[in-house]
Design a binder for this molecule. Structure first.
Ligand code: NAD
Ligand code: ZN
Ligand code: ZN
Length: 345
């Protein structure tokens, strides 16, 4: 089968012919219908040798939807023909986190937990992908594959980040979303669907602000020298209750701190490598709360799928054949993808 393989750190991936995997034990073979291209794929491809605990080569793609094609002899809870989305963080399966579907916070960071499909293990930018067990599959029924695949990361990660803030996002509150790309446009929709907070969107691209508007944001603004004042003015001067940062550079972290009101909360999802100094006294607002949400739980993925099936969230996608993966990657790198790029084998 054809697969998009990462063979060297810092080099573009290459298309190769590899053996179609055969499921053994509890494994489940999924015929891929669509795979999302995440900005994290760019971070993975561009990593310097030794930065990530993954062994090369492997097939990229951690946002995968498809149809179950074959089962290992001990596979339990899956049926050939069922359509599913892969739950991406593959934990050890044994710790108390994994036992409750929170593989994203598996205790065994050293081993299995950071080795999911497309992240050190063969992923979904191929015709078939192996899931280690049916525990990592969530049914999607008739949801179109290009809608379903991005739910497993862009949808789930933003849902999990919003869920972590929900306690503070009642009526009359305001949330700022920085970076309205694959994750951010779903965060805007999730905020609208599951909280009463008003949503202010920030990006460096006009077309991302147009997407924020279509996604239900109340206001959008480009990043400029006075963005913090512009956002504050939208809250009558008090500042926002929460910021979701899908970029994570020092510039966006400082913007977040500059717009939060006292007691406000910053959740950083973007892997931009920025730094924020914590000191008291200092520039952080009193009562400042901070979190680094990572991916999401399996039960939350089922909730995200239900939201999508109800029409409450909708992924804006640009489709590419798997053979045009390099074009999709190039466009994502240049900030030219609207919503999520999805590869179809
Ligand atoms: P994306 O490229 O689709 O979207 C990023 C958006 O941010 C774009 O619209 C871009 O124009 C905008 N942007 C860039 N620089 C900006 C700036 N300085 N200020 C405001 N906006 C800016 O990326 P994505 O796939 O949505 O991923 C977003 C980030 O989240 C990436 O860093 C990715 O690695 C990370 N990520 C984290 C997790 C997690 O679990 N923590 C999961 C998935 C992705
Ligand atoms: Zn991702
Ligand atoms: Zn575990």
């Amino acid at each position: 089968m054809r697969a998009l393989r990462l063979t060297a750190w810092g080099e573009p991936p290459t298309t190769a012919e590899v053996e179609r995997p055969v499921p053994r034990g509890a494994e489940v073979l999924v015929r891929v219908e669509a795979t999302g291209l995440c900005h994290s794929d760019l971070h993975v491809m561009g990593a310097v040798p030794g930065a990530l605990p993954y062994r090369l080569p492997f097939t990229l793609g951690h946002e995968v939807a498809g149809r179950i094609a074959d089962l290992g002899s001990e596979a339990d809870g899956a049926r050939v023909g069922d359509r599913v989305v892969l739950y991406g963080p593959w934990g050890c399966g044994a710790c108390d986190r994994c036992a409750t579907g929170r593989d994203n916070y598996c205790d065994r960071r050293d081993t299995l937990a950071w080795h999911g499909a497309g992240l050190g293990r063969d992923g979904g930018m191929a015709e078939y992908v192996l899931a280690p067990s049916a525990r990592h599959l969530v049914p999607i029924d008739d949801l179109p594959a290009d809608q379903a695949a991005p739910l497993s990361d862009a949808g789930l990660t933003s849902y999990h980040a919003v869920a972590g803030l929900r306690h503070t996002l009642g009526k009359g509150t305001t949330t700022a979303v920085i970076g309205v790309g694959g994750l951010g446009h779903l965060a805007v929709q999730t905020l609208r669907a599951t909280t009463e907070s008003r949503v202010l969107a920030v990006d460096v691209r006009e077309d991302a602000l147009a997407l924020a508007d279509r996604s239900g944001a109340d206001f959008g603004t480009l990043v400029r020298a006075d963005t913090a004042q512009v956002l504050r003015a939208r809250t009558g001067g008090t500042g926002v209750d929460a910021v979701l940062d899908f970029v994570g550079t020092t510039q966006t972290l400082e913007l977040a701190v500059g717009v939060l009101r006292p007691g406000g909360e910053l959740a950083v999802v973007g892997s931009g490598g920025g730094r924020l100094a914590v000191s008291k006294p200092g520039v952080l607002p009193p009562g400042f709360k901070f979190s680094l949400p990572f991916w999401g739980t399996r039960p939350e993925l089922a909730e995200v799928v239900a939201l999508a099936r109800s029409g409450a969230i909708h992924v804006e996608t640009e489709r590419f054949p798997l053979s045009a993966a390099s074009e999709a990657i190039d466009r994502l790198r240049r900030g030219r993808v609207r919503g999520r790029a999805v590869l179809v084998p």
